[in-house]
Ligand binder design. Structure first.
Ligand code: C2O
Ligand code: CU
Length: 487
């Protein structure tokens, strides 16, 4: 193959249609950012905090003149923000009022596998599922979404997603903005394409999945937020199917990164931008001066993808995300603390096992997700290193249920963005190997697995997922259908 004709042939063979970068300013008709309500809860006679969530079909008016068929939890699109404290026992009463089966997964939560809400905890139409567990992890910004086998993208994209905030004493003792909806703001970032009749376009996948041309934050197009305090904490969640974002401020001013997926950093870190691939979260604190307007935007990013195809994955796109409009008189916010929480690095030398995973061709280690195959068992309380290879020239990421992990390096190079932080989802640059280290918890169950998978929902649905169980030391291996891929 040579020259333009060769490239064209190659492009056709890959069904790769180059597209122009899109630049979407906050334009038209700015709207106040919708802030999802905090979910109501009550304590039952056993002292458990009980939440009610109902998934149902509805319609939502995103733009004047049309309505969009959507799904939501306790509302027409997305769901309320769940909030509970470390040490509390929660009971979630999840009702499925849809006409198809679904599940609700608590992404980032450390909990028994039967409560995890993965593809095995199916809620049939009309059914109710009532998982219960004790919150046993540090303060963090988690989220919840369906995890139906093969249907996750379509169910999330129709609107089933919400935030789940965990509080603890360590976080509460810090001078961080924490007044929900005032200076502590959830920002669920999604991209969608609207058809002329208002419906979401749900076809036209490229290799990464479905990319939209319109940004929604908490379901609001072109949102602005009236800010009344000198500092505002944004809890950013990439709840998109395939698109990655690199969040920055149009004022070029740096901001403070205070937390990643698994909780607070040891100290605020001054950054110019933060990249989030699907499923990842970051908490950032932005300082404002009176009457200032600052636009949070997503800038072109280096996904380190080969062959110029990053354009296809939207990496060259620029989106305005959210305009912050400071009041002319701002309430004083305390200075950010210079330190946050203690960070204990996991030592890869403590790992009892190193496992290798290779993501390519809709599979992991050559096998597509099979609900009836448990890929391996890990030992409760043990430390493992996982070497996760992206064997493609396209982006993937990697999410592990139940545990928080630390990112050691990619191709031997330490990762600055993930330095001294807890993650549950990590970006895998094309054709590289990323090492993560984690210590498993003690919720053993030889029968019910946790998932690990690419969080680009199209890939996940296509089978880029596997299952593991956590077993007692020396126990349960016999129950595992296939031994893993360790060495
Ligand atoms: Cu956010 Cu296995 O998922
Ligand atoms: Cu992927």
């Amino acid at each position: 193959l040579g020259g333009a004709a060769g490239l064209t042939a190659l492009a056709a063979a890959c069904s790769f249609v180059p597209r122009d970068p899109i630049v979407v300013p906050l334009s038209g008709d700015p709207r106040p950012l919708h802030v999802p309500p905090l979910a109501r809860s009550e304590l039952d006679h056993r002292g458990r905090r009980v939440f009610d969530l109902a998934a149902a079909a509805a319609s939502t008016r995103f733009v004047a003149g049309t309505t969009t068929p959507t799904w939501g939890f306790n509302g027409t699109y997305l769901g309320p923000t769940l909030r509970a404290s470390r040490g509390e026992e929660v009971l979630m009463r999840v009702t499925n009022a849809l006409d198809e089966a679904t599940t609700v997964h608590w992404h980032g939560m450390h909990l028994p596998a039967v409560a995890d809400g993965g593809p095995h905890q199916v809620i049939e139409p009309g059914g109710t599922w009532e998982p219960t567990w004790r919150i046993d992890q540090p303060a963090a910004t988690l989220w919840y979404h369906p995890h139906s086998h093969g249907e996750t993208e379509s169910q999330v994209n129709r609107g089933l997603a919400g935030m789940f905030l965990i509080d603890d004493d360590a976080e509460a003792a810090l001078a961080l903005p924490r007044h929900y909806g005032v200076d502590d703001i959830p920002a669920i970032v999604q991209d969608r394409t609207f058809a002329a009749d208002g419906t979401f376009v749900d076809d036209g996948h490229n290799d990464a999945g479905l990319l939209g041309d319109t940004l929604l934050v908490n379901g609001t197009i072109a949102p602005y937020l009236d800010v009344s305090t000198e500092r505002v904490r944004l809890r950013l969640l990439n709840a998109s199917s395939a698109r990655s974002y690199r969040f920055a401020l149009d004022s070029d001013q740096p901001f403070a990164l205070v937390a990643t997926d698994g909780g607070l950093l040891p100290a605020p870190r001054t950054v110019d931008s933060v990249q989030l691939t699907p499923g990842e979260r970051a908490e950032v604190v932005v300082a404002l001066r009176s009457a200032e307007r600052i636009v949070l935007r997503s800038l072109p990013q280096d996904l380190q993808a080969g062959s110029g195809r990053s354009r296809d994955w939207g990496a060259e796109d620029t989106f305005d995300v959210l305009e912050l409009r400071a009041a002319s008189a701002l309430t004083a916010s305390p200075d950010l603390p210079s330190t946050l929480v203690e960070f204990s690095p996991l030592d890869p030398a403590d790992a009892v096992r190193t496992r290798s995973f290779r993501l390519s061709g809709d599979s992991i280690n050559g096998e597509e997700m099979d609900m009836s195959r448990i890929d391996f068992a890990v030992t409760a309380g043990s430390t493992e290193v996982w070497e996760v290879t992206n064997g493609h020239s396209q982006p993937h990421n990697f999410h592990v249920h139940d545990v928080r992990f630390q990112v050691l390096d990619t191709d031997g190079v330490p990762r600055e963005a993930e330095r001294e932080s807890w993650k549950d989802t990590v970006y895998l640059p094309p054709d590289t190997t990323t090492r993560i280290v984690m210590r498993f918890g003690h919720h053993t169950d030889v029968d019910v697995p946790y998932m690990y998978h690419c969080h680009l929902l199209y890939h996940e649905d296509n089978g880029m997922m596997g299952q593991f169980v956590i077993v007692e030391p020396g126990g349960g291996q016999g129950a595992v259908a296939h031994p893993g891929h360790g060495h």
